[in-house]
Design a protein around this ligand. Structure first.
Ligand code: NAD
Length: 254
């Protein structure tokens, strides 16, 4: 099903979620744009000043951690101000209704968890903890002092526990999300351009397993004409809320 009657599509998508034995959501930077955190592709945003390919790689951090920390510092300021938006709330509602098994997020902003999501896999880590790449000691962000960049007791500059380009996905997150994707019946794909691997294989794994793929994005992506069954074009805040309302309506009728 491509672009078409939004009302019918929305009811169909809601019915799929209600009937599915295992539903998942895969979220990307787009779901947090309405919380004030720019995605990689927004104009005039953070990523125009900090090219992810120059600042967002593990080799850049190893070569010049102070330089990469100028990006981390700005990101942290933005994330600290951000609050969950209606899309995070709507996914949290679906989880509390027992109709969304797990949210697999590529985001590092903690906003799903802040909205009371019950099961979240952080595919690219989280910015709330930091580790020493030399001795592996881990620290909580709020326990660190004012020093920037913060240092380990061994003297090394710490790295936030976010997956940089060139780093492996945390093994447990990788294993669990790929196992769930291969047994899910419905996958909501929200606000991701599906250009970052291996996160972008999750919709393909789910599709191969026979799942219905429901995508929400302000613009078509690489997935839209290949694996997506139902595409909703628009902002996540409005569209995920609408979908959760429809689901709630169906559940209340039964
Ligand atoms: P991306 O920047 O590549 O793509 C974002 C997608 O969201 C785009 O397709 C865009 O059209 C869509 N979008 C933008 N605003 C939207 C809205 N209001 N509603 C619905 N869709 C919207 O992001 P990605 O695919 O997640 O991959 C980039 C990587 O960057 C990820 O690994 C992620 O970890 C990281 N990242 C995370 C954050 C965060 O934690 N909030 C922010 C920026 C980047």
């Amino acid at each position: 099903m491509g672009l078409g009657n939004v009302e019918i599509m929305s009811t169909t998508a809601a019915e799929i979620i209600c009937q599915s034995k295992l539903s998942l959501a895969l979220t990307g930077a787009g779901i947090s744009v309405e919380s004030g955190i720019p995605d990689f592709r927004s104009r005039g945003g953070l990523w125009e000043r900090f090219d992810p390919m120059e600042y967002g790689t593990i080799s850049a951090f190893q070569a010049n951690p102070e330089k990469v920390w100028t990006m981390f510092q700005e990101m942290e300021k933005i994330i600290r101000r951000a609050r969950p938006n209606p899309a995070h709330k709507a996914l949290g509602r679906l989880q509390h209704m027992g109709l969304l098994h797990t949210i697999i997020t590529q985001n590092i902003d903690n906003l799903h968890q802040e909205e009371g999501a019950t099961s979240v896999i952080e595919y690219h880590g989280n910015s709330k903890t930091l580790s020493c790449i030399s001795c592996d000691r881990q620290y909580r962000l709020e326990k660190l002092g004012e020093e920037i960049p913060p240092r380990c007791t061994c003297g090394q500059i710490l790295k936030p526990d976010v997956v940089l380009f060139g780093e492996a996905i945390p093994p447990r997150a990788l294993r669990e999300s790929h196992e769930l994707a291969s047994s899910c019946e419905a996958l909501l794909v929200i606000g991701t351009s599906a250009q970052v691997a291996p996160a972008n294989t999750i919709p393909l794994i789910a599709k191969k397993a026979g799942a219905s793929i429901i995508e929400i994005n302000v613009e078509p992506t690489l997935l839209t004409s290949s694996v997506t069954d139902i595409f909703f074009q628009g902002r996540a805040g409005e569209l995920v809320t609408k979908l959760a309302d429809e689901v709630e309506g169906i559940m209340n009728q039964n």
